[in-house]
Design a protein around this ligand. Structure first.
Ligand SMILES: [Mg+2]
Length: 123
Protein backbone atom coordinates (compact mmCIF):
# COMPACT_ATOMS: atom_id res chain seq x y z
CA UNK A 1 0.00 0.00 0.00
CA UNK A 2 1.40 3.35 -0.98
CA UNK A 3 1.94 5.71 1.91
CA UNK A 4 0.45 9.13 1.51
CA UNK A 5 3.19 11.72 1.49
CA UNK A 6 2.74 14.19 4.30
CA UNK A 7 3.43 17.86 3.97
CA UNK A 8 5.78 19.36 6.58
CA UNK A 9 2.74 20.85 8.35
CA UNK A 10 0.93 17.52 8.38
CA UNK A 11 4.04 15.81 9.72
CA UNK A 12 4.44 18.43 12.46
CA UNK A 13 0.78 18.00 13.48
CA UNK A 14 1.08 14.22 13.50
CA UNK A 15 4.18 14.33 15.67
CA UNK A 16 2.96 16.92 18.15
CA UNK A 17 2.93 15.46 21.64
CA UNK A 18 -0.15 15.76 23.81
CA UNK A 19 1.83 17.75 26.44
CA UNK A 20 2.75 20.37 23.91
CA UNK A 21 -0.76 20.44 22.44
CA UNK A 22 -2.25 20.82 25.93
CA UNK A 23 -0.03 23.82 26.69
CA UNK A 24 -1.13 25.50 23.44
CA UNK A 25 -4.82 24.97 24.23
CA UNK A 26 -4.43 26.18 27.83
CA UNK A 27 -2.54 29.28 26.63
CA UNK A 28 -5.27 30.01 24.07
CA UNK A 29 -7.99 29.50 26.69
CA UNK A 30 -6.27 31.91 29.07
CA UNK A 31 -6.01 34.52 26.31
CA UNK A 32 -9.80 34.32 25.89
CA UNK A 33 -10.46 34.61 29.62
CA UNK A 34 -11.19 30.98 30.55
CA UNK A 35 -10.21 29.37 33.83
CA UNK A 36 -8.84 25.90 33.14
CA UNK A 37 -8.71 22.87 35.42
CA UNK A 38 -6.24 20.17 34.49
CA UNK A 39 -5.20 17.30 36.75
CA UNK A 40 -1.67 16.22 36.14
CA UNK A 41 -0.70 12.58 36.41
CA UNK A 42 1.58 11.70 39.33
CA UNK A 43 4.18 8.94 39.51
CA UNK A 44 3.25 6.01 41.72
CA UNK A 45 5.74 4.18 43.95
CA UNK A 46 6.21 1.57 41.24
CA UNK A 47 7.05 4.20 38.65
CA UNK A 48 3.75 4.28 36.77
CA UNK A 49 2.07 7.56 35.81
CA UNK A 50 -1.49 7.78 37.11
CA UNK A 51 -3.96 10.60 37.52
CA UNK A 52 -5.28 10.28 41.07
CA UNK A 53 -9.02 10.12 40.53
CA UNK A 54 -11.68 8.61 42.75
CA UNK A 55 -15.11 7.06 42.30
CA UNK A 56 -15.93 6.90 38.56
CA UNK A 57 -13.21 9.37 37.57
CA UNK A 58 -11.23 7.06 35.29
CA UNK A 59 -11.38 8.43 31.78
CA UNK A 60 -12.54 11.91 32.83
CA UNK A 61 -11.70 14.40 30.10
CA UNK A 62 -8.40 16.28 30.23
CA UNK A 63 -9.62 19.85 30.66
CA UNK A 64 -12.56 21.60 32.27
CA UNK A 65 -12.88 25.22 31.17
CA UNK A 66 -15.13 27.77 32.81
CA UNK A 67 -15.97 31.29 31.65
CA UNK A 68 -19.51 32.11 30.54
CA UNK A 69 -19.97 28.43 29.63
CA UNK A 70 -18.48 25.20 30.88
CA UNK A 71 -16.50 23.12 28.39
CA UNK A 72 -15.23 19.57 28.78
CA UNK A 73 -12.32 18.81 26.50
CA UNK A 74 -10.38 15.67 25.74
CA UNK A 75 -7.08 16.36 24.01
CA UNK A 76 -5.55 13.83 21.70
CA UNK A 77 -2.49 13.62 19.54
CA UNK A 78 -3.39 13.73 15.88
CA UNK A 79 -3.73 9.95 15.67
CA UNK A 80 -4.75 9.30 19.29
CA UNK A 81 -7.76 7.13 20.03
CA UNK A 82 -10.38 7.57 22.77
CA UNK A 83 -10.35 5.00 25.55
CA UNK A 84 -13.57 3.20 26.46
CA UNK A 85 -13.91 5.14 29.72
CA UNK A 86 -13.49 8.41 27.82
CA UNK A 87 -16.25 7.36 25.39
CA UNK A 88 -18.50 6.59 28.35
CA UNK A 89 -17.91 10.02 29.88
CA UNK A 90 -18.51 11.75 26.54
CA UNK A 91 -21.77 9.87 26.08
CA UNK A 92 -22.90 10.85 29.56
CA UNK A 93 -21.87 14.47 29.10
CA UNK A 94 -23.67 14.56 25.78
CA UNK A 95 -26.81 13.01 27.28
CA UNK A 96 -26.68 15.68 29.98
CA UNK A 97 -26.51 18.45 27.40
CA UNK A 98 -22.93 19.44 28.23
CA UNK A 99 -20.65 21.15 25.74
CA UNK A 100 -17.76 18.79 25.08
CA UNK A 101 -15.01 18.44 22.49
CA UNK A 102 -12.24 16.13 21.43
CA UNK A 103 -9.51 18.36 20.06
CA UNK A 104 -6.47 17.40 17.98
CA UNK A 105 -3.58 19.59 16.83
CA UNK A 106 -5.00 20.04 13.33
CA UNK A 107 -8.14 21.66 14.82
CA UNK A 108 -6.60 24.82 16.31
CA UNK A 109 -8.83 27.05 14.15
CA UNK A 110 -11.95 25.36 15.55
CA UNK A 111 -10.52 25.57 19.07
CA UNK A 112 -10.09 29.33 18.70
CA UNK A 113 -13.64 29.68 17.34
CA UNK A 114 -15.08 27.79 20.31
CA UNK A 115 -12.99 29.70 22.85
CA UNK A 116 -13.86 33.07 21.34
CA UNK A 117 -17.63 32.46 21.15
CA UNK A 118 -19.79 34.01 23.84
CA UNK A 119 -22.74 32.28 25.47
CA UNK A 120 -25.85 32.76 23.41
CA UNK A 121 -23.95 33.99 20.34
CA UNK A 122 -24.66 32.19 17.09
CA UNK A 123 -21.92 29.69 16.24
MG1 LIG B 1 -5.96 13.15 26.42
Amino acid sequence: MARARLTPLERALRDKLEDEWREEVIDAAHRFGWAVAYFRPARTVDGQWRTPVGADGKGWLDLTLVRDRVLFVELKRETGVLEDEQRDWIRRLDDAGAEWYVWRPSQMDEVIDVLRRRRGAAS
